[in-house]
Design a protein around this ligand. Structure first.
Ligand SMILES: [Zn+2]
Length: 188
């Protein structure tokens, strides 16, 4: 959702990508729950304090609100299995591809992963989506373009759809559900 600039280590480095507000608003309007699930090992690595994550999530919601959009939940893992000091250095269940955060979201927000979509910019996100029983969409923003161009041969699964950005992904999702014919075509 944010511009890819390495680790966001200051609140001012957080900006929404173009059309992210539109994407979330569309999902909100159609009655979808929009949830962010993110690994934030920068905490364990000592790049920034956990409090910054809360500030950034608040800023993300504020920026979305300006565009008439909101996230129903934001779940993050601050851990890393090998780096840093406890409690952040631990083999947790919440770090993706662990399913701890998804399970938490399912419980709190009454989700059904079999009718959910995972959208991400890494091959790992696609595998992760399938692993939890969701459909998986790759976006070509962030790491997506490079991942798709250079690494897709190595992926164990193929995305259900490849979208230019989150808005195109959101459009595809609502079209699937409304049963209309696709007007967008995946680039494969
Ligand atoms: Zn964790």
């Amino acid at each position: 959702m944010n511009e890819e600039m390495g680790y966001v280590n200051h609140i001012e480095r957080f900006h929404l990508l173009p059309r992210v507000g539109q994407a979330i608003r569309l999902l909100n309007q159609r009655g979808w729950k929009a949830v962010v699930i993110t690994n934030q090992s920068g905490v364990a690595r000592g790049y920034f304090p956990e409090s910054l994550i809360h500030e950034i999530h608040q800023r993300m919601q504020d920026l979305l609100k300006k565009e008439g959009a909101r996230l129903d939940g934001i779940y993050y893992c601050p851990h890393h299995p090998d780096v840093g000091v406890p409690p952040y250095r631990q083999k947790c269940r919440c770090r993706k591809p662990g399913t701890g955060l998804v399970e938490e979201a399912v419980k709190e927000l009454d989700l059904d992963t079999s009718t959910s979509y995972m959208v991400g910019d890494r091959g790992m996100d696609i595998e992760f989506g399938r692993q939890v029983g969701a459909k998986a969409i790759l976006v070509l923003t962030g790491y997506g373009k490079g991942e798709w161009e250079y690494f897709r041969d190595q992926w164990k699964v193929t995305p259900d759809y490849v979208a230019q950005d989150l808005f195109e992904a959101a459009q595809w999702i609502v079209q699937q559900e409304s049963g209309k014919s696709k007007i967008l075509h995946p680039p494969f």
